[in-house]
Design a protein. Structure first.
Lengths: 294, 219
């Protein structure tokens, strides 16, 4: 414990002694983590938007005119048995017209002239989130369309497809960028610790001759690497937090409707950035020191 | 304390060839010879900075050749080593330089403070405790280096040309210090090419030439 305390002190003295190279490393890693967290935050918001939007998402199954009630009931039972469907609502012709008239109140004179209700009765099917895959929904819609008594099936195909595609690409970008950035962090720390290790080569040699164990020699470097990564993660986190607050407050001034629709990481995720920085830097440091030979 | 049995070491050509000698516990002995005779290599073999190509070496009961790499620090903690170029850490104070072996051993800070203060007092360098090595004279630096080697009370002290960079008066002081250390019970082996340091000392002198023991004499 005493030795550990001494090694911590040594590590922090050495960090200060080589403050410029360490500061440069911290800034580089902070920027890398900021870039990554920005992409993750954008992806998170797209995902949340999709989730939010999917709550109201459904298939509209238009029925043929004059479909007997028994067939409508059979259809209802059929939809209820489908595990992808979480809610089945029947909308009669009359209800559909009423809703239409309510939506377009200002055009009521137009509706007054209608003698026969032209709107079809329909089923509104709410799907569970896992089922909201464009290809899957398209297949399901095609299948439902083949059922006797069904006139047509409609859904927000274009929107769903675009948003899902964007989310998929964002996830791919985050994974690729994440891999690159994690490797870069480890490499940057590797280079810094390697330089510091070479600079202290004579000191290390003396320590070995005095009987210092491997851990006595290695620990200060590992602590330095860990601290560099941790500090970078903290700086990266506060920067993205500050930028998020600044940008959202500015955007909300012009677009108040977006308030509540954009979100930051949940508080449980706050330590992720410092933790990631610390771990990747530690890995870089371990490789930089390598095996100490006597 | 030290036993060399038919030890050979070669890099491109033989540096040491068929060396057999021993140093008893509590002895003060010298190794001498011209530059390149193999004195430094011989000392490096003792603290296992080099491996012998042939023969066996025992130091303080340890079979040095068979020692696991992880056990090397434990061997070295039994040995104090003094170099011609002092090898003090320039970014650490005199106090911290001397305290280093005690920190490696894991001593309590209070014990370290007491031990280092006592050593500095003995040397008359207490006022230099917070100075950095580069601000000291060569003689003072070597005295600090010897203190560092001795502060953890090793059973064996090795000195490789300890007076190589010092004037005759300081060299004499350093040699007197080695004799005092020896009187207190530590085995001391000094490698030097300065004949005047061991002449008339009455101690055993091992003469090396071209990697072989030429003769052993009484100084």
């Amino acid at each position: 414990m005493r030795t550990l305390l001494y090694l911590f002190k040594t590590a922090f003295k050495d960090l200060w002694r080589e403050k410029w190279i360490n500061a440069l490393t911290v800034l580089t890693i902070s920027f890398a983590l900021l870039t990554l967290s920005t992409f993750v935050l954008i992806t998170l918001n797209i995902d949340l938007t999709l989730k939010e939007w999917s709550r109201g998402f459904g298939l509209l199954v238009y029925l043929k005119d004059n479909l007997p009630a028994e067939e409508k009931n059979l259809l209802r039972e059929y939809f209820k048995k489908d595990t992808d469907i979480i809610e089945v609502n029947y909308i009669s012709k009359e209800q559909a017209l009423k809703e239409l008239m309510q939506t377009f109140k200002e055009m009521s004179p137009v509706f007054e002239g209608i003698e026969e209700n032209p709107l079809p009765s329909s089923f509104e099917l709410k799907l569970k989130r896992e089922a909201l895959q464009p290809a899957h929904i398209k297949e399901k819609a095609e299948h439902i369309k083949q059922i006797p008594g069904v006139e047509d099936v409609q859904y927000g195909e274009r929107w769903l497809s675009s948003l899902s595609s964007l989310l998929r690409w964002m996830k791919i970008i985050v994974i690729i960028l994440g891999s690159i950035i994690f490797t870069a962090i480890a490499f940057v720390t590797y280079s810094t610790i390697k330089i510091l290790f070479y600079r202290r080569a004579q000191e290390i040699e003396t320590l070995k001759l005095l009987g210092a164990s491997r851990s006595f020699i290695r620990l200060p470097f590992l602590i330095e690497g860990l601290f560099i990564g941790l500090l970078s993660g903290i700086i990266g986190f506060f920067t993205i937090f500050g930028l998020y607050e600044l940008l959202t407050s500015r955007i909300i001034e012009f677009l108040p409707s977006i308030k509540g629709t954009v979100t930051f990481f949940s508080s449980a995720l706050y330590p992720v950035l410092p933790f990631t920085g610390a771990i990747m830097s530690l890995i870089g440091s371990i490789f930089a020191i390598g095996r100490i030979r006597y | 304390m030290i036993q060399f049995s038919q030890v050979s070491k070669y890099f491109n050509e033989f540096t040491l060839k068929n060396i057999t000698f021993s140093v008893d516990k509590g002895e003060l002995a010298y190794i001498t010879g011209p530059s390149g005779a193999g004195k430094t290599t011989l000392l490096r073999l003792i603290y296992r900075a080099e491996h012998p190509d042939e023969g066996s070496i025992r130091v303080a009961g340890w079979d040095v050749e068979k020692l696991r790499e992880g056990a090397v620090p434990f061997l070295r903690r039994q040995i104090g080593i003094v170099f011609q170029d002092f090898r003090l850490l320039p970014n650490k104070t005199v106090f911290d330089n001397i305290a280093l072996p005690l920190r490696i051993h894991g001593f309590h800070p209070e014990e370290i403070k007491d031990a280092v203060t006592e050593v500095l007092k003995d040397l008359g360098l207490r006022h230099k405790a917070n100075d950095f090595p580069n601000s000291l004279s060569g003689g003072q630096q070597q005295m600090i280096a010897i203190s560092r080697a001795m502060v953890s009370k090793p059973i064996l002290l090795l000195a490789d040309e300890p007076t190589g960079n010092l004037d005759p008066d300081t060299s004499a002081t350093i040699m007197r210090l080695f004799r005092e250390i020896n009187v207190r019970g530590t085995t001391v082996l000094v490698a030097t090419h300065h004949r005047e340091l061991f002449e008339h000392s009455g101690r055993r002198v091992i003469h090396l030439k071209d990697g072989v023991i030429e003769k052993e004499t009484a100084g």
